[in-house]
Design a binder for this molecule. Sequence first.
Ligand code: PLP
Length: 388
Amino acid sequence: MFDFSKNLKKLPPYLFAAIDDKKSLLRKKGVKFLDLSVGDPDIPAPENVVKVLSKSAKIKSNQKYASNKGKSQLRKSIKKWMKKRFKVNLDEESQILPVLGTKEALAHLPVGLINTGDYIITPSPGYPGYRAAGVLSGARVYQLPLLEKNNFLPDLEKIPESVKKRAKIIYLNYPNNPTTVSAPRSFMKKVVKFCLKNKILLVWDNAYSEIYYDKKPLSILQIKDAKKVALEFHSLSKTFCMTGFRIGWVCGNPDAVNILAKVKSNVDSGIFGAVQDAAITALDKNAAYVTNLRKIFNQRRKYLLEALKKAGFKKFYANSTFYVWAKLPAPFKSSLEFSRYLIEEEKIVATPGVGFGKYGEGFIRFALTVDKSKLKNIFKKKISDLDI
Ligand SMILES: Cc1ncc(COP(=O)(O)O)c(C=O)c1O
């Protein structure tokens, strides 16, 4: 009786929903497998965060509708955290807005900005939520290639004039999921200039800002004039392993903050107060937790890279984030075909690169979301020995 809207029809099943279906099928068949697909680490959230959550749930005022602006104490903690981590000064009234996880905010932003015929620009490969956000808001989507030969940074010069003229938002994400690279300051300066010139809102998704191994990633708001044109997204999901809590924030350009706040005040009723209290504890009291988290991911990364080398993978990227972006080993050409091979022959679930957009083809993404002991000898067969 009911059918999807034209916009919804344009979207394939959400990448990870499709992978979840595959995993359910394996479970039903009783097949044991190693799940390296979704970016949801096995590590528990900080203990003090969980304690506060449970205590705060009992407070009556937290059981009522929350303010859409978020608690003032939370906005203050975010302000303090941004200042300490990036030396960025923000006004907690006009330049910070807590959100129900960044996925929600990424999707609601274009609802407040897009008119018929407008474009959003999204990276390919890139987090699938950007494209979905554009399509659901009725925008035209221009896919910006992130190519290996350009170190997975986009070439902004190649965006056609017609797209630049009608583009309202460009989504960029560094440290990057899935390619793992970080953006150098020189590129960030270039993007800010480009967005100012073309009057395009720069969404800088910094969800992985704390998962690095060498150089500390920057905030776009450290770049001169960025506050005139950029909105930065942060998530407690990855930094504090709080994926289920659903909390993050946007900060930066006050007009963009205000637009998102207006959309959200019409579609949700704030974040559960106890989750906000938990987030305050995460931000104020868990610097050591994050340092340890990086250590854990770094060890896992070493184990997995070792295993990949042994299995015959020749090229991979693991610069930041908790992913490894590996070039398909010969003789494989299709990432879907390779992920099928991994499931069937190795009982490993990984994410095919093409799931992140057509320019992700030729790669596979492994998430470092299981203990290092499970990563040591994950491949039974050497790929180069295969007779395919
Ligand atoms: C690049 C990127 N942005 C945003 C998100 C969404 O995170 P959240 O849990 O805050 O909605 C993810 C989750 O995987 C991600 O990889």
